[in-house]
Design a protein around this ligand. Sequence first.
Ligand code: 3PG
Length: 472
Amino acid sequence: MLKSHFGLIGLGVMGENLVLNAERNGFSSAVYNRTCSKTEEFLRGRGQGKNIQGATDLQDFVGKLERPRRILIMVKAGAAVDAVIDQLSLFLEKGDLLIDGGNSDYQDTESRVKRLEGKNLGFIGMGVSGGARGALEGPSMMPGGTKASYLAVESLLTRMAAQVEDGPCVTYIGPGGSGHLVKTVHNGIEYGIEQILAEAYDLMKRIKGMKGDQIADILAQWNSTEELSSYLVEITEVCLRTKDSLDGADLVEKIMDKAGQKGTGLWTVVTALQLGAAVPTIYAALNSRVMSSMKSQRIAAESSLKGPAVKDCDLGSSSDAMSPLMDAVVLSCVASYAQGMELLRIASSSLDYSLHMPSIAQIWKGGCIIRSRLLKRIQDAFNTDPQPVNLMMDSWFVYQVNQRLPGLMKVVAGAAEAGVPVPCFSSTLDYINSYRTGRLPQNLVQAMRDCFGSHTYQRLDKDGSFHTEWLS
Ligand code: 3PG
């Protein structure tokens, strides 16, 4: 049998769909899965009649690939990736290339690139977004590693990726773990937008008494606007319209209100804190998942900790697409993207990744979970100024903030008076208010630090470092 162009290890749903995608795009493939029955099942099922051959063990798999070998690993992030690399390395030869397409920690990827490049093997850490369907039809892909490694798989990746008006949704991200870092931050933004839409739903449900279909109608209106047209708004509308087959009621109301997470949102926040980037909207989304998991405590507290009764406030009406609420959603989404991009900008300079911000916005415009029309504006903003201090300072975004801030303020104040939590909306409001305040009260924090710890302070009126004996 002819040797295959491309190899895949790990026939989970993402792996299966990615190999079918590669094969559809003209790349004959070999597949290996630790449990052989899974490989046989795939070849008898979805892989049947395709230019895909199965392998029984890793040596057999490696022998079925043309050189230099190009192997995509789709196994659970962490120890499993190292185990596969170690076993596979025994059979690889100089110039062969491995791609880790899972959600790996960028620091793990950083050390894997160094380790394998030291053995003359290429290694790419590649973020893949788009879910199962995206993997099959065209995902957004974020590959990082050496440029030479990327060039060895460029034609494969550009054919597999989603396509938008200005090209495929894949580009060389940068060295080391940069591809996985960009995917991690992508997911942090995703956490933000999911929580923002959940807060909007909660306000419409609890304050306005709206049902799933009525809320879905508002989302449909939002999805037709430049500011909010996006995949996540689109699927949220679908979720809200879906009925329980048992009784025809809104299915979302039957779902346990505890949100899980696989780690990338946490890594986004930890990385941001380590690098000194402010990501309050994304952090609020992460913390909301943490608090959601405290279900039994929340139920117990409901009867003891008395807040205000839920009361009406101005969220707008269906005839104006819930205008103030839409303002809150738009600005919070803008803040999520701005914070994620700012984190990438800081990471790029601290870690020497030379990230090209317009290209990152470009490859997120299609295929991935956070794809949206707003990304075109973000791409334009970074094309105008590749290193803006903050996305919100681009003229289009300045206009959005100035137009929509009163609506966001109204929603946060109304939610506070009604006792409904809106962590992303309120964090966004504080983020914008802090960012647009020339003088913050941290002068007093500095005074306290100097008072108890002689940490010194700077003055506004003269240069230098000062200390005062405050307690003498
Ligand atoms: C993924 O990459 O699997 C999801 O986009 C994010 O997953 P999570 O919400 O389970 O962390």
